[in-house]
Design a protein. Structure first.
Length: 67
């Protein structure tokens, strides 16, 4: 995720629930996460499938202010 830091991206969607792959049940997230447009895994890490979205917490992002 460090590769994407310091750059600007649009928020693609907000994730507040997801399916737990182990149980197959819907899981509510305590804190919603955001996915950013064009920010996906490149498969550089071990055991990481390609083109999966990273989940970002709102606190990690800095909003762009319009002039």
């Amino acid at each position: 995720m460090l590769t994407f830091c310091g750059k600007q991206y649009r928020v693609l969607d907000k994730i507040d629930r997801m399916i737990d792959e182990e149980t197959g049940k819907m899981k509510e997230l305590k804190n919603a996460c955001l996915i950013l447009e064009s920010v996906t895994c490149r498969g550089n890490c071990t055991l990481c499938p390609r083109a999966k979205f990273h989940f970002w917490r709102n606190e990690w992002l800095k909003a762009k202010t319009s002039l």
